[in-house]
Design a protein around this ligand. Structure first.
Ligand code: ATP
Length: 386
């Protein structure tokens, strides 16, 4: 990757349809104007907008060089959160380019452009959809399939952790399939909240669900590679049951049970799950981060290699629960994206509390919609007292 300060994105790419939207970004399909080997390549262009009044400026140094510490990270506290996220994502992506890419399970960054619309990350296109979307669309699903997913995420994490990169926001929606083909690789993406151990001051994860957040992250202890392993444990638990391990109606209660590592395999659907899978989950969901296995270690685990994973079809109830879980998650993600992108989101405490609770009841969804309409009507005047 080279610096593209003087060239324009539009000189090299045709920008097409919107693929998705995040809190501070819009991702569009792009088509290169200059064919390589006779073909025009398809990419994803993630445009991160600046909202802060005094943007910190793009880092000009190559990630990994010592000069990065002179970028003034303490300044992040004075600039908007969106600017801090933006700078962080670029730093981490550059580190990935230098120390991890190409890797089949980590998204690749081709280029970076900057103009008055914001910063454009030209990324490898992943057109195969999100992890849970594909699983719920399958008519057959068993432990071997789940093990293949865990193996790919662990491969990606092992490479990232080796480069001292901690993802910090590992969740199913940040895992996309590269293509729709059956053997498509699964890619880890969205490094907006990630940290590079030696030079970034991690941004506190203010947004979204705490379902995947480790106890040490919640208690504001040191966040390390082991925190990603906890998140992987949560993903695995959901893959095999259709519901999250830490389940509560209030965010405060959920925090308490995460901190205590209080989960169980009591539901009847766990009876048919192999003991090897349960043992792996228990090791990943160990409260003490030092006692959790590393990504490299779990790649040798007999369940992850597929040796002890059951081939029997998963209980239909698990797949149906996964369906509902996925639908609720998508609804909440859309709500968060629209709230986060508004300038007043940090002041809408009530809404944040509602969104933090994973299991939205119909009544809560109604409340959420009413609150949405209210804050939309009030615009920037919404306050925490609502
Ligand atoms: P969030 O606020 O959830 O952290 P974000 O602003 O970091 O989001 P992303 O999650 O990276 O944005 O991207 C938003 C959406 O765009 C994704 O959910 C996905 O649907 C789509 N998307 C992102 N990257 C790609 C890609 N490389 N290929 C295809 N689609 C992508």
């Amino acid at each position: 990757m080279t610096e593209k300060e003087s060239r324009k994105l539009s000189d090299e790419y045709e920008v097409a349809d919107v693929l998705g939207k995040g809190g501070f970004s819009v991702v569009r399909r792009g088509l290169s104007k200059c064919p390589s080997a006779g073909e025009r390549s398809h990419v994803a262009i993630k445009t991160l907008q600046r909202f802060g009044s005094t943007p910190p400026g793009l880092p000009r140094n190559r990630a990994g060089e010592k000069g990065l510490t002179s970028l003034g990270f303490p300044m992040w506290k004075q600039v908007s959160i969106s600017d801090a996220l933006l700078t962080n994502e670029i730093l981490v992506m550059r580190k990935i380019v230098e120390d991890v890419s190409p890797h089949p399970n980590v998204i690749h960054l081709h280029d970076v452009y900057e103009d008055s619309n914001g910063v454009h990350l030209v990324l490898e296109l992943c057109s195969g959809g999100e992890l849970f979307d594909r699983i719920v669309a399958q008519d057959k699903y068993n432990e071997v399939d789940a093990a293949a997913v865990v193996r790919q995420i662990a491969e990606g994490l092992a490479a990232l952790h080796k480069a001292n990169i901690v993802h910090r926001d590992l969740k199913p929606e940040n895992c996309l399939f590269q293509s729709t083909s059956e053997d498509s690789p699964l890619k880890i993406m969205d490094f907006g909240l990630s940290s590079v151990e030696e030079f970034t001051d991690p941004i506190v994860g203010l947004f979204g669900s705490i379902d995947y957040v480790s106890p040490e992250a919640l208690s504001q202890g040191k966040i390390s590679a082991a925190s990603d392993m906890w998140s992987l444990g949560v993903i695995l638990y959901i893959l095999l049951s259709g519901y999250p391990p830490f389940h509560a109606t209030s965010n405060r209660h959920k925090q308490q049970i995460i901190l205590a590592g209080d989960f169980s395999f009591d539901d009847h659907s766990w009876k048919t799950i192999s003991s090897s899978a349960k043992q792996l989950i228990s090791s990943l969901l160990t409260v003490d981060p030092h006692r959790r296995p590393t990504a490299q270690q779990i790649l040798q685990h007999p369940w992850v290699t597929g040796d002890s994973a059951k081939q029997d079809l998963m209980d239909a109830e698990v797949v149906s629960r996964l369906h509902s879980f996925n639908a609720r998650r998508k609804f909440r993600a859309a709500a968060i994206a629209s709230v986060v992108s508004s300038t007043f989101f940090l002041r809408t405490k009530k809404l944040k509390n509602l969104l933090g609770s994973h299991d939205l009841t119909p009544e809560e969804i109604g409340k959420l919609m009413t609150h949405f309409k209210k804050i939309c009507a009030k615009g920037d005047n919404a306050t925490t007292s609502e």
